[in-house]
Design a protein around this ligand. Structure first.
Ligand SMILES: Nc1ncnc2c1ncn2[C@@H]1O[C@H](COP(=O)(O)OP(=O)(O)O)[C@@H](O)[C@H]1O
Ligand SMILES: [Mg+2]
Length: 474
């Protein structure tokens, strides 16, 4: 019994000791487990929250994207609408301009009849009263004609239907002539009308003479119209800001223009005030025509003015090199050449002169900068003649010519006339040119006449043959 009792006691003790050993760590383990579980739950909650936030963000972005997509489509639609509206407006404006141009042209024809017959009548014996009445008719018809010319010009300029025709002329000659025509009106009004041309302005320039006349004439007419005492002066100088431009200034001591009107007067139908209009006449188109024409001449127009003291209207225009062109004017223009010419050039001035002269002769001009470009162009099309600088960067004129001739031999092509342009006129140079296969050598500076004389005999044959070939090709 006692033994059993002892064993049970020992067992109980052992159990209790074991329990003590187990309980401690178990409690600790459970604590740890609890903490870990808590961490997991927290993390899960956080992840869920992040997921929710992300989903919200995605939804928001999708909404924004849809909205911007819609806005973009809307903007594109609006742009298309605006473009269509603009195209329609352009078409309408073009149609209006064409209509105006046609109508004013149609009206001018009978008006010329009225003016012409009035002049014939005025030459007949008339009573004093009849003469006065007829003079009113004449004067009114002339005003109407001027108005129509302005309208015609204005609408053609609006429709971009005006092209400048550049040709050489004596600037002083044209301006002298213009002023001479206005002197009677100036004298009648007791005004001095003067012309001052700076000495460094070239005597001859190439530009659209009629349009230069028109712009200067409009400015002078205005100056005389709005000046009651003093003088009107036309000054011409080289533009200090641009070597190839001239600047014209028309100064007057007239009524001047208030500062707030200075921009407006260059717009069509704008006049400083109604009283002036009635007193001075005019439709307010002169300056807007001037502005358009000056823009076509690659220049600008402007005014400085003080009310009550006078105005200075100025404009700039581009002009072409003059020395060679002066010669061109004197030369007999000779027969039109009507040829397709390739100019192979080294320097730009030379090219401008050659191009201008060739155009005047009636040629179509293509320009190649250097030998490589020339060979490339010749591979793709034929020309009636080539004008070639000798000294060029890259392959020079002699070498380019050799290659052209070699290619012609290879392809059994027609021999194309090649004229050399060179600053040195030594016999050796000429010999080298001829040896390379050139047909002629032109010394710089060449004149219109010498270029014409060099090309004409060479072209006569080729141009005709080429034209015949093109005709049969097509
Ligand atoms: N030299 C000038 N002095 C004062 N005002 C001028 C002068 N030139 C033009 N203007 C003003 O600019 C306006 C517009 O000129 P313009 O276009 O030539 O039309 P118009 O001569 O038919 O009136 C004139 O009506 C005038 O008010
Ligand atoms: Mg005017």
């Amino acid at each position: 019994m006692v033994e059993i009792y002892d064993d049970v006691t020992a067992l109980a003790r052992a159990i209790s000791a074991a329990r003590r050993r187990i309980v401690g760590p178990t409690v600790a383990l459970m604590g740890l487990l609890y903490l870990a579980l808590l961490g997991v739950v927290r993390r899960a909650t956080r992840i869920q929250q992040q997921k929710d936030a992300l989903e919200r963000e995605v939804a928001e972005r999708t909404r924004v994207h849809r909205e911007s997509q819609a806005a973009l489509a809307e903007a594109q639609r609006a742009r298309r609408d605006a473009e269509e509206a603009r195209a329609a407006a352009d078409r309408a404006s073009h149609a209006k301009s064409i209509f105006l141009a046609t109508m004013s042209h149609e009206i001018r024809t009978p008006l010329n009849g009225v003016i012409g017959m009035t002049e014939v009548l005025l030459a007949d014996p008339l009573t004093e009263t009849q003469r006065k009445q007829l003079q009113v008719v004449h004067h009114s018809a002339l005003s109407l004609l001027r108005l129509l010319s302005d309208l015609l010009d204005f609408s053609r300029l609006e429709a971009d239907a005006v092209q400048l025709h550049s040709a050489p002329f004596s600037l002083r000659g044209v301006l002298d002539d213009l002023l001479a025509g206005m002197q009677p009106r100036a004298r009648q009004r007791g005004l001095a009308l003067e012309l001052r041309i700076d000495p460094d302005v070239p005597e001859h320039i190439a530009a659209d003479e009629a349009r230069v006349r028109q712009v200067v004439g409009n400015l002078l007419t205005n100056a005389l119209k709005f000046t009651h005492v003093g003088n009107v002066t036309l000054e011409v100088a080289r533009d200090p800001a641009s070597a190839d431009r001239l600047v014209f200034r028309v100064r007057d001591t007239g009524i001047g223009i208030a500062a707030n009107h200075l921009d407006r007067i260059f717009r069509p139908f704008e006049q400083v005030d109604g009283t002036n209009t009635r007193r001075h006449g005019g439709a307010g188109l002169g300056l807007s025509i001037c502005r358009r024409l000056v823009e076509l001449m690659d220049g600008q127009i402007g005014v400085q003015s003080r009310e009550g003291q006078g105005s200075t209207f100025w404009f700039t225009m581009r002009f072409q090199p003059a020395a060679a062109l002066a010669a061109a004017e004197d030369a007999d223009l000779g027969q039109t050449l009507d040829a397709d010419v390739l100019v192979v050039k080294d320097d730009a001035v030379n090219e401008i002169v050659a191009r201008e002269m060739l155009t005047l002769m009636g040629c179509a001009v293509t320009v190649a900068s250097g030998g490589e470009e020339a060979l490339d162009k010749l591979e793709h099309r034929t020309f009636d003649a080539v004008l070639m600088d000798l000294h060029m960067a890259g392959i020079d004129g002699i070498e380019t010519t050799r290659r052209i001739r070699a290619r012609e031999t290879l392809t059994a092509a027609r021999r194309m006339p090649i004229v050399a342009l060179t600053a040195d006129a030594f016999p050796q140079t000429r010999a080298r040119c001829v040896a390379a296969g050139m047909d002629d050598v032109l010394a710089k500076p060449f004149t219109f006449a010498s270029l014409h004389a060099a090309l004409q005999p060479l072209l006569g044959a080729t141009a005709a043959i080429n034209r015949a070939a093109t005709a049969t090709d097509s």
